[in-house]
Design a protein around this ligand. Structure first.
Ligand SMILES: [Zn+2]
Length: 104
């Protein structure tokens, strides 16, 4: 499962960081999740809970913040939030773009 390996690497990073700070345990992880990440939120939460067992993160909370997809439009020369992930067009001028600033 894709989400389980993501959960495991997040826990690994947090465990390292906790060691570095001399913290005995971690209360919560904050994650920004974009619609283009291909990650299923519920599957990630489920995997996280299981993967935390026996680590300093056991009993901690995974707090996921959904972030919108933001594109860079060369026509407008500015960053624009996408209204829908169905169409990768600038919401202002309609130009097609493939440059994603956030949301992955
Ligand atoms: Zn534009």
């Amino acid at each position: 499962m894709h989400e389980l390996s993501i959960a495991l690497s997040m826990i690994e990073i947090a465990t390292e960081e906790a060691k570095r700070c001399g913290a005995a345990r971690v209360n919560a992880l904050h994650l920004k999740l974009g619609p283009l990440s291909g990650v299923v939120k519920d599957a990630l939460l489920f995997s996280y809970e299981i993967a935390c067992n026996g680590t300093p993160l056991e009993g901690s909370q995974l707090i996921i913040e959904d972030v919108p997809v933001v594109i860079y439009c060369h026509e407008c020369q500015s960053e624009q939030p996408l209204k829908s992930v169905q169409s990768f067009c600038c919401p202002v001028c309609g130009a097609l773009t493939s440059e994603f600033v956030r949301g992955r």
